[in-house]
Design a protein around this ligand. Structure first.
Ligand code: ACO
Length: 311
């Protein structure tokens, strides 16, 4: 049974009116948004690590400048998203503590290693490609500050996707060794990229409520299908093979059918047992501790300024 406030709230969402930070909202809506937006922010921040590892090993000055810009963009995305989550009344310190204690999740995808330069191509093409498909609808989600943050994030993600695909083109048109390296990266990143969209709709615990609240405009499986359909012609253009023997055009559905996802692997990674989970968290915690002096200096500086202003 909905209260009058809840009915009015749902009515606004159904009419497509954005919810703003100071508006009344059900506690569960607030909680869901903090969960999703903070997970999203953590994913951007942890997501700097697999590619950050390659900045010093980029094959040319141009590739290095592009990769550096992309990794910086991800830091920026994390900051917009923490700010959007803070409007809901949870502090950034709290969210970061929850990440470091292992309480908060971040995307499964960032727990896989980036083994070769071709991984920079595959990550941009497939991981950022999946991120765009998932995030473009979020620009229209019901919570104003999240929706507005996503507009710029999505523009930058398109650049990231393009730069990744450009690396794949260069490698796929290169020497046989380079093409083999591109194929190997595709083989390793394909299935984890499909897992980014989350569990299948039948297993997705949060989907129904998030759809009613206008946070999720498309289901996990709908977006995953979109990713598969978009990627097949791109792989064909590269002359590379998607590592799925069951991938096949289904004229009746107007979509590609694809093989089963290894959900055991997905849940294993989400629970913290992926190839890089421990290493990623350890690196983030160390970066945070190494930055403590800088945060302290910022606070000391702002206190001094406030004292000066007070006379
Ligand atoms: N990695 C880790 N955890 C995941 C993933 C994933 N790829 N997919 C789903 N989960 C978690 C959910 O967070 C949820 O756990 P929780 O209830 O403890 O939070 C659980 O698995 C069940 O999944 P759903 O019920 O489907 O959860 P939800 O409705 O939140 O949908 C989704 C998951 C689609 C990822 C959604 O949260 C979303 O759209 N988030 C915003 C985008 C985002 O975070 N992208 C990050 C990667 S992209 C990038 O940063 C470049």
């Amino acid at each position: 049974e909905m209260s009058r406030e809840e009915r009015e709230f749902q009515g606004r969402i159904d009419r497509g009116v954005k919810i703003e930070a100071r508006d009344w909202m059900p506690e569960a809506y607030r909680k869901t948004l903090v969960r999703q937006i903070s997970q999203h922010a953590h994913s951007e921040i942890v997501g700097q690590l697999p590619e950050g590892n390659w900045i010093t090993r980029a094959p040319s000055l141009k590739r290095k400048a592009i990769l550096l810009a992309k990794v910086q963009d991800e830091a920026g995305h994390g900051l917009y998203l923490y700010s959007a989550a803070e409007t809901l009344g949870t502090s950034r310190d709290q969210m970061i503590d929850d990440l470091h204690s292992g309480k908060a999740k971040y995307s499964s995808i960032f727990n896989y290693p980036a083994l070769t330069w071709a991984d920079m191509g595959a990550i941009g093409w497939l991981v950022d490609g999946s991120a765009i498909i998932n995030q473009v609808p979020l620009c229209r989600c019901s919570y104003g500050p999240y929706a507005r943050a996503m507009v710029r994030v999505c523009k930058e993600e398109s650049f990231h996707q393009r730069q990744g695909y450009d690396i794949m083109i260069a490698l796929a048109k290169g020497t046989p060794e380079q093409k083999a390296m591109a194929q190997d990266a595709l083989n390793r990143w394909w299935w984890p990229s499909l897992m980014m969209f989350g569990p299948s709709d039948s297993e997705s615990v949060n989907s129904a409520q998030s759809a009613q609240w206008g946070i999720k405009l498309f289901s996990n499986d709908e977006l995953r299908q979109k990713m598969v359909d978009q990627s097949v012609p791109q792989a064909e253009f590269l002359g590379l093979t998607i590592p799925d023997p069951e991938l096949k055009w289904n004229a009746e559905r107007g979509h590609y059918d694809f093989g089963p996802i290894d959900w055991e692997e997905f849940y294993n990674v989400v629970k913290g047992h992926g190839p890089c989970n421990r290493d990623r968290l350890k690196t983030r915690i160390k970066a945070h501790e190494d930055g403590a002096w800088f945060r302290e200096a910022l606070i000391a500086h702002s206190e001094k300024k406030a004292q000066q202003a007070a006379g």
